[in-house]
Write a protein that binds this ligand. Structure first.
Ligand code: UD1
Length: 422
């Protein structure tokens, strides 16, 4: 297995290009199942999760080609052969469950494996099921699979979600595009990836309003047509690399970044003593003077502080002046990076969903292990700021969500290399 070797090397300066959003692409790809005409995505990120979604769509009979070095994904679902998402693929990636809504809407049936446990918590699908049932679906759990049927077709309805789940919002919105009549989804998630999905669905002929607010209204249509859509910038990759100059010093411009994607995160950086300014080409980040100051963080649905940046923010807080409290409210069990950071000399105490971090002047390089996608990159950030060498193993987690991480960080002066394993 490959590992990544990082050597602390002082301030970082230069530019980092930000890719299209993994999480947007993973919901835009299943949207192809809604139409028999082609859907083409541009600005797609080159990631193993995208390959997993490609394999899933192909297993359903969709044609999926990767063009222009993977940045363009051309898909067609004119000749689907299956409506079953198999456990072997779904267990690798929870976002596989996003085929449920589209398959059900277009074919009146779908069989999708439950994802099972995942490293950062239980992650059930009850909110997806409740929403689709409100649209008239009959859903049964048999042998670990959700068997969904809508014999007379889906019908628009008013539905309020108990929690603003991102995936459930995406599944319900996609399903409602082909339902009869109007659906009003209340307490919908407001993430930019949902706005991006709706913009794409609209290009395909869907009638939707209210995306980005907590009420989304969908007027069902008989059919959707083909479209070409550019995937929105990855705000989590953006936030991750914003932390690189924050933790190491220096000044880095994140190309393609926009403040609207990371407002609450940038406000925390500002409070910590890191300046974030908009430029013509993106966002420029620089640490103001000396050590950053400790700030408290609570993760929340968008527009709150994203859970997907909590691990990386913790790495920064490990080197801050003072004590910060990080509260994780979206996922249980999302502090697996804490014991690894402690191996690098960090001072962290975890109690339930709260981590208390008292900053130390310098972290020390150490061999550490990535436990999930965002945890892995938090260890790289910590390694960049540490004295000596840090080896991060289990890098396959990183490959799920960060393309060309070595090249991007080398480009701003980091000392980082990938070591090929057995
Ligand atoms: C998406 C993102 C993920 C991010 C998360 C929260 C993708 C591919 N993934 O995941 O990176 O961390 O949003 O911003 O876009 N829940 C239930 N029942 C459900 C669905 C969810 O209880 O039916 C719970 C989950 O266990 C979790 C919380 O709700 O505790 C948030 O989940 P959700 O918003 O659905 O996240 P995902 O769509 O899985």
């Amino acid at each position: 297995m490959d590992s990544i070797l990082v050597t602390g090397n002082g301030p970082l300066n230069g530019q980092i290009p930000i890719a299209g959003a993994k999480n947007a692409c993973l919901t835009l790809m299943p949207a192809t199942l809604l139409s028999e005409e082609p859907l083409t995505l541009t600005n797609a990120p080159r990631l193993s999760d995208i390959k997993t979604m490609t394999a899933l769509l192909q297993s359903l009979g969709a044609e999926v080609s990767s063009l222009q070095d993977g940045q363009v994904i051309a898909m067609s679902s004119h000749n689907l052969t299956s409506q079953t998402a198999d456990y072997d693929i779904v267990r690798k990636m929870r976002a596989s469950n996003l085929v449920l809504g589209p398959l059900l809407a277009r074919f009146g049936q779908a069989v999708v494996s439950l994802p099972g446990g995942c490293a950062i918590g239980a992650r059930p699908m009850d909110l997806h099921v409740e929403g689709l049932e409100a649209l008239g679906a009959e859903i049964e759990l048999k042998d670990g699979y959700l068997h969904a049927k809508a014999p007379g077709g889906l019908k628009g309805a008013v539905h309020e979600m108990r929690f603003a789940s991102v995936g459930a919002t995406e599944n319900i919105v996609m399903a409602a595009t082909l339902a009869k009549g109007t659906t009003v989804l209340k307490n919908a998630a407001r993430e930019p990836e949902i706005v991006d999905l709706v913009e794409c669905l609209r290009k395909m002929g869907a009638q939707i309003s209210g995306e980005g607010s907590s009420t989304i209204e969908i007027q069902g249509v008989d059919r959707l047509h083909g479209a070409t859509h550019q995937v929105v910038t990855d705000r989590i990759e953006l936030g991750t690399y914003m932390l690189a100059p924050a933790i190491c010093g220096g000044e880095v411009e994140l190309l393609g970044g926009r403040m609207a994607l990371v407002e609450s995160f940038a406000a925390k950086l500002d409070a910590a003593g890191v300046s974030v300014t908009e430029t013509q080409n993106g966002l420029k980040v620089a640490r103001k003077n000396g050590r950053v100051q400790a700030v408290d963080v609570v993760t929340e649905p968008f527009p709150g502080f994203p859970t997907d940046l909590q691990a990386q923010m913790m790495a920064l807080m490990c080197t801050a002046e003072g004590t910060s409290v990080l509260e994780e409210r979206i996922f249980e069990n999302r502090f697996m990076h804490a014991p690894e950071l402690v191996r690098m000399g960090a001072n962290i105490e975890v109690h339930g969903g709260t981590a208390t971090v008292t900053g130390v002047e310098t972290l020390k390089g150490a061999p550490v292990m990535a436990t999930d996608l965002r945890a892995s990159v938090s260890l790289i950030l910590a390694g960049l700021a540490a004295e000596g060498e840090t080896t991060v193993s289990r890098v396959y987690h990183l490959d799920r969500g960060y393309e060309h991480v070595v090249r991007k960080l080398e480009g701003v002066g980091a000392k980082i290399e990938r070591i090929k394993g057995e």
